[in-house]
Design a protein around this ligand. Sequence first.
Ligand code: PEP
Ligand code: MN
Length: 338
Amino acid sequence: MIITLKNDSEEKQLKNLMDWINSLGLQTHLVKGENSTVLGLVGDTSRVDIGLLNSLDIVDTVTRIQEPYKNANRKLHPDDTIVDVSGHCFGGINFQLIAGPCSVESEEQVLTIARAVKKSGATLLRGGAFKPRTSPYAFQGLRDKGLEILLHAKKETGMPIVTEIMNINHLPLFEDVDVIQVGARNMQNFELLKELGKTRKPILLKRGLANTIEEWLMSAEYIMSEGNTQVILCERGIRTFEPYTRNTLDLSAIPILKEKTHLPVIVDPSHASGLARLVAPMSLAAVGAGADGLIIEVHNDPPHALCDGAQSLRPEQFDELVKRLDVMLSVVSKVREK
Ligand code: PEP
Ligand code: MN
């Protein structure tokens, strides 16, 4: 971290600032130039409050030269992290397809969709039992019963399951869940993240509706700082001024994340676009941009889905998409598990 000081700063103020920084366990290096005075901070600056520094009378600018996230930072961990979900690997050259309904509606619905998407090439099954809905009057999910149905589908198909947690008190119910999803609305539920960090379960961390990449990585850091390194990031679109799509898929987040972090990155084209007809082009684009996997909503009867029917593919559309994905995967030298 580099602090540029104002030209009129007094020696006493400077000494006070340096003493305070030293008291935080950091070293200071002072460089007095002809036109400006610069203070370099060496050590773990993640605990330094930039806002506070900026507010001091003698400070002109503060520049971070190291990101505030450590565990998630590629500089400190150059190799890709591989998250292994019962033998299905995310990261590196591996590519995984997660598919299933938005919400668990019935045993028959989940099993029908699970069997179909497995046949087409999906390796993990998604489905929400606890649903974060904007309206309290909308379908809230089958909750514990929904988890039971997912676990039954896991047993029947052998597919690991991915499902969202909204309340840390529900954690005991997630014991046999393979990947715990933290949805966009909970990306900054720090208490939830810390508790999930104490587990050793793979966590699918979705990007918040209006969060920067750095904020997202700081949320990953919350999980990792508690010891759980099994984090998969999921870009699911962000809020912009564009109303033609539900969200705007930020594809540039993928190559940026590949530079900044070693964690695997997957894309959710369903929530990103909100429209079934955009799911295939956005999936292909995500693969082209370097995604390590996709999570796609598939429903056997989209017009009657209890949640997100408009963005759900029919099983035959999903099947067609997987074939097209394989062409794109060969271009980027990724290997889809079959
Ligand atoms: C979901 O995956 O069903 C979901 C609610 O996603 P998001 O948190 O990205 O909106
Ligand atoms: Mn959904």
